[in-house]
Design a protein around this ligand. Structure first.
Ligand code: NAD
Length: 326
């Protein structure tokens, strides 16, 4: 390996395609990848409201629900026979997104699944074809709600239904459709499946689970309730997620695949059984150790000083039950 440390984080000479490239995060991803040296194509169903800032970024229209559309945009993104990076950051909200679960329509559920999972399937399949022979990096977007349950109490007094446009039918300040959580869990599973499937081909597949982002317009009550549950005391910023994408896209992550990179200020601190599902990285190990310490304090007979028991499933389940997340 002859690259210097810094150059392994650079993306010079690489070609990247970002689905959802005009969204809040997609735009930050495009601009960050371009600043790192990549030639970027931003694909989205929406028109481009304002030009991208700097770098080499072109844009294309795509509807990820349509096979031909995804295939076309993929074909056009390949440059000199190569696609090195594909990021999938598409999401959508049906108009009953904020309705209580018992009132959600099948149509709304399917709207989410088509954008999140059908589109992701098509984008991954086409990216795999484009990357075959040369390898590459695929980065998918899950969410905090792909790994922990959605504590409805944080939405009391929130104005989210008003902030996020048309998604107001049945709104009772209950946020985040069950379909969103189900789809985001699917993203994590798909990541593992494809990482294993394409390991031999040099195609790395990872996902990122961001915590809630700072959004202009969200009221102080919601931001306060949310932030109180985050040990870091605040919501995420788009650049913080984009930096994670850049890392996973780069050669600095050359041995990272099948991973769910959780970027949420450790919001899982009180819901860590599900967080422990996210793939065994350092954050998860830390959570398990904390469980161990807490349990050891209250149950004198419990072993302390060794973290080994937490790699045995029975002990792990026991610790989670202690915290009420069993
Ligand atoms: N914003 C957050 O707080 C947050 C938190 C956790 C996870 N995420 C995830 O990050 C990703 C990006 O989120 P975001 O906040 O940028 O969302 P966003 O709504 O700002 O952007 C999503 C983009 O997807 C595009 N899109 C929707 N349907 C499409 C279709 N059929 N074909 C092509 N493009 C389509 C939209 O036009 C939009 O530009 C999503 O997967 C989201 O679930 C976001």
């Amino acid at each position: 390996m002859t690259q210097t440390d810094d150059s392994r984080f650079r993306l010079d000479g690489k070609t990247a395609l970002v689905f959802g490239g005009r969204g809040t995060l997609g735009r930050a991803f495009c601009e960050t990848l371009a600043r790192a040296g990549a030639r970027v194509r931003a694909a989205d169903i929406a028109p481009l409201p304002e030009p991208f800032a700097g770098g080499e970024i072109s844009h294309a229209v795509v509807d990820v629900r349509k096979e031909a559309s995804v295939a076309t945009v993929m074909r056009e993104a390949v440059y000199n026979g190569r696609l090195d990076v594909m990021v999938y950051a598409v999401t959508t909200k049906p108009d009953d997104f904020y309705a209580p679960f018992e009132e959600c329509s099948l149509e709304g559920w399917q709207t989410i699944m088509r954008a999140e999972l059908d589109g992701m399937f098509l984008a991954c399949r086409e990216a795999g074809r484009a990357m075959s022979g040369g390898g590459g990096s695929i980065v998918l977007l899950s969410s905090i709600y792909g790994i922990v349950g959605n504590d409805q109490r944080i939405y009391e007094g929130a104005n989210l239904a008003a902030v996020y446009g048309k998604a107001t039918r049945g709104a009772r300040q209950i946020y985040s459709h069950a379909g969103y959580a189900a789809a985001k869990g699917g993203v994590v599973s798909m990541t593992r499946f494809l990482a294993a499937y394409w390991g031999h081909a040099g195609i790395r597949v990872n996902c990122i689970s961001p915590g809630g982002l700072e959004h202009p317009g969200e009221n102080a009550e919601f931001v306060r309730r949310y932030s109180e549950r985050v040990p870091m005391g605040r919501k995420a910023r788009p650049q913080e997620i984009a930096d994670a994408v850049r890392f996973l896209a780069s050669d600095a992550a050359s041995y990272v695949t099948g991973h769910n990179l959780v970027v949420q200020g450790h919001r899982g601190a009180h819901g860590s059984r599900a967080a422990a599902d996210c793939g065994g990285h350092a954050l998860v190990a830390g959570i398990r150790r904390n469980h161990h310490r807490n349990r050891s304090r209250r149950i004198p007979a419990a072993r302390s000083g060794s973290h080994q028991p937490f790699f045995r499933r029975a002990d792990w389940r026991c610790a989670c039950e202690w915290h009420g997340h069993g």
